[in-house]
Design a protein around this ligand. Structure first.
Ligand code: ZN
Length: 170
């Protein structure tokens, strides 16, 4: 989808909820769609503020569900107490496996064409047709274990179980 199409889709979703496509909301959308990787709500706040410094944290938190509902973004749950989001891109391979590095807070998505074969073959044995499926692998970081450091690990990260609340400054 082009940027204009994304904006149109977003506008129509906002309109259905009786909301206007304000500059703040559009800055949040543009910031989200510009990210090649997964991001948290707090990271999105930082990205959006670099486009429009008047973007409020509350607006980010209210806009995220609208963007996921309209399928401009999708939520990626890695069961770590913090939600991650990722932009949906046109033509993106829907058969992806997620590999989550628990040490470095990184989520990798790799094409997994075998998944549709597998889903079809196990479903057809039961007389069923698959609608969706997912594969998520949780992993530990080899570089961190072996060298004590990993370039993919955020510098601010101290412990694995750290839960970052919405009030945390970035
Ligand atoms: Zn790592």
């Amino acid at each position: 989808m082009s940027k204009t199409q994304d904006h149109e889709k977003f506008r129509s979703f906002l309109a259905r909820k009786g909301l206007r496509a304000t500059n703040q909301r559009l800055a949040i959308l543009d910031a989200a769609l510009a990210q090649p990787d997964h991001f948290t709500a707090e990271q999105l706040l930082g990205y959006a503020r670099s486009i429009d410094d008047s973007v409020a944290r509350a607006t980010v938190y209210r806009t995220l569900p609208i963007m996921t509902e309209s399928a401009l973004l999708r939520e990626v749950d890695i069961g770590a107490g913090e939600k991650f989001y990722r932009a949906n891109r046109a033509g993106q391979d829907s058969q992806v496996a997620q590999v989550v590095c628990l040490d470095c807070d990184r989520i990798f998505e790799i094409g997994a064409p075998f998944m549709s074969w597998y889903g079809n073959s196990v479903s057809s044995k039961l007389g069923l047709t698959p609608v969706s499926q997912r594969l998520q692998v949780s992993a530990r970081c080899d570089a961190l274990r072996d060298a004590g450091a990993c370039p993919r690990r955020p510098a601010s990260r101290s412990t694995h179980a750290q839960v970052k609340g919405p009030q945390r400054r970035v």
